[in-house]
Design a protein around this ligand. Sequence first.
Ligand code: HEM
Length: 169
Amino acid sequence: MDMRPELTDPLEERRALQDTESKIALAGHPLHAMLVAFPIALSFSTLGADLLYAWTGAAFWAEAAGYAVFGAFSIGVLAGLTGTAELLLVRGIRSRSASWTHFILAVMLLSLLGANWILRIGDPEGAVLPVGLALSLVAAGMTALTGWHGGKLVFDYQIGTKSDGIDRP
Ligand code: HEM
């Protein structure tokens, strides 16, 4: 006789937990997905401009890096606000641990971008070497990780989509 307890998956049992459709959207298109392109591109641009400054010594690149990291941080915060609203408002999103993992990664990334911006205020050139460049490198790595994980939420777990949740791990 099989003595193992009968285990059930709460996500499959409860219909409400299968609702993962984005609520912060424009004509059905999630704002978060539209906004994240900017911090991703600008975070890598900051690293590129820092490397060009280290290579050429031209003040232009240090200033460009300062503007890029400001853009990455400020639009990243906007994207974070739309993502957090989804996380808190949509039951099927907040009940999945992967959403919270993404939130933690994103908050770490935004802290790095914010620190990298504040460091450069008033002295964009002096801030690049070595601390600014080091922060840009770590932030670019964190951006890749957070962006990849965001894609995983959507394409692997169908979070933010209209899927009915069948066959979702
Ligand atoms: C700060 C808190 C954040 C929260 C709570 C959050 C939450 C979410 C959620 C719930 C989704 C699923 C799609 C949706 O419902 O819109 C998502 C997707 C995604 N997130 Fe975030 N996010 C945050 C910040 C960020 C940041 C800073 C980035 C930038 C690297 C990012 C990158 C992505 C990407 C690339 C996707 C996939 C978008 C797609 O292809 O449709 N997220 N995020």
